[in-house]
Design a protein around this ligand. Structure first.
Ligand SMILES: *Cc1c(COP(=O)(O)O)cnc(C)c1O
Length: 400
């Protein structure tokens, strides 16, 4: 990840650049934890819970070991288990549906919106059965899902809503923060997320005291009073060293998200006349925190050898020292791990198309304007070259 000898390289991510900004404060805070002898469920973790709840516009936060555990425990606290169905998008990171399956429930995959790539509320109702217990929308890439219609449906069918807010801390929908809409919301502090720990950490935030209390027990072996176990639980805690790292970074989050937004504007400017791609759209109701800057590369396959144009672009960018990545190449309804739920290729055409077309470009707050321009220029050149060399660059797919 460190910039190599070639100063023209643009990595997709640079965590060291962030460390260089706040190194001394981080080290001091972490050292103070080491010296304190208090490593688990202490004051820093509690402060972090309060801060993240406030940032999410709700009362309570419960720190856990990672974002995946946050999802599993939130579903558990809502008593979701075998025989239950949970509606969620297929075009997301595996953990979203994995958590549902790990609870013994069945994920019901619903198609996404063509502009935001988030679950399409208009298609949720048709997926509801008498077994449906919850909806888990994902705020993908840092952009909020369309929450009002989701909450309206949930209200009408008496469903629980758990936001997967792993990627969109600090984003807003109609002026309110992500994490404030559902019964619970799950946060990941995986190091590459907009607010990242120096290791694994996660949190559930909620407006409901009863869920917060249940979650606190579930993360500690089902115990409210030490060594008295009301139910089974797990060991899933956010330790004091991670809390120290996160509390040191938290005051910078707003500025970092603003810098990401500036970078997104530079990309939009630099890429605007590029043939064969679509740049991201921000829905009018939303502010976006740009966990990823993700474009679509149209004309999925080279007619000759069937290689994806997207994959060719990734390769050609790499040849120029530019990092890029596809999140995510296989939608969950086509993954082997979920095949036993009876879902298969062809079920969700838009999710399948997106998985073949999306590519995320370098995005981190320290990225410089000239680097963004360098990436944009490279994409311009590669796509223009392709336009000339192939007669079959597809028109922008307006059908989706
Ligand atoms: C990162 C992520 C998770 C899981 O978080 P971990 O902390 O890595 O367990 C869940 N859902 C989404 C959408 C994510 O991006």
């Amino acid at each position: 990840m460190s910039p190599s000898a070639n100063s023209n390289n643009v990595p997709i991510l640079d965590l060291q650049a962030q460390y260089e900004q706040i190194g001394p404060q981080l080290e001091e805070k972490v050292l103070s934890v080491l010296r304190s002898g208090h490593y688990i469920l202490g004051k820093l973790g509690q402060t972090l819970e309060e801060e993240l709840a406030a940032l999410s516009g709700v009362k309570r936060g419960v720190g856990v070991a990672n974002g995946t555990d946050a999802l599993v425990l939130a579903l558990w606290a809502a008593d979701i288990g075998p025989e239950d169905e949970v509606i969620t998008p297929s075009f997301t990171f595996a953990a979203t549906a994995e958590a549902i399956a790990l609870r013994g429930a069945k994920p019901i995959f619903v198609e996404v919106d063509p502009l935001t790539f988030n679950i399409n509320p208009a298609l949720i109702e048709a997926a509801i059965t008498h077994k449906t217990k919850a909806i888990v929308p994902v705020h993908l890439y840092g952009q909020p899902a369309d929450m009002d219609p989701i909450l309206e449906i949930a209200d009408r069918y008496n469903l629980i809503v758990i936001e997967d807010n792993a990627q969109a801390i600090g984003a807003t929908y109609k002026g309110k923060p992500t994490g404030s809409f559902g019964d619970m919301a799950c946060i990941s502090f995986y190091p590459t997320k907009n607010l990242g720990a120096a290791g694994d950490a996660g949190m559930i935030v909620t407006k409901h005291d009863r869920y917060a209390e249940r979650l606190k027990a579930l993360r500690a072996h089902g115990s409210k009073v030490r060594y008295y176990h009301d139910e089974l639980g797990v060991n899933s805690r956010l330790d004091e060293i991670q809390a120290a790292v996160l509390l040191t970074k938290l005051p910078h989050l707003r500025r970092w998200n603003e810098q990401r937004n500036q970078i997104a504007k530079w990309y939009a400017q630099g890429l605007k006349n590029t043939p064969g791609i679509t740049i991201p759209t921000v829905a009018a109701a939303n502010t976006h925190v740009w966990h990823q800057y993700t474009i679509r590369v149209h004309a999925q396959q080279n007619p000759g050898d069937k290689t994806l144009f997207r994959d060719q672009l990734i390769k050609e960018l790499a040849n120029r020292g530019i990092g890029s990545m596809c999140y995510y190449p296989v939608p969950l309804h086509m993954q082997a791990a979920f095949a036993h739920f009876g879902c298969k290729a062809g079920d969700l055409p838009l999710s399948e198309t997106l998985a073949q077309e999306v590519v995320s470009l370098p995005m981190y707050p320290e990225l410089k304007e000239h680097q963004v321009n360098q990436v944009a220029k490279a994409i311009q050149e590669i796509m223009t070259e392709r336009l000339i060399s192939t007669s079959t660059v597809a028109p922008v797919l307006t059908g989706f």
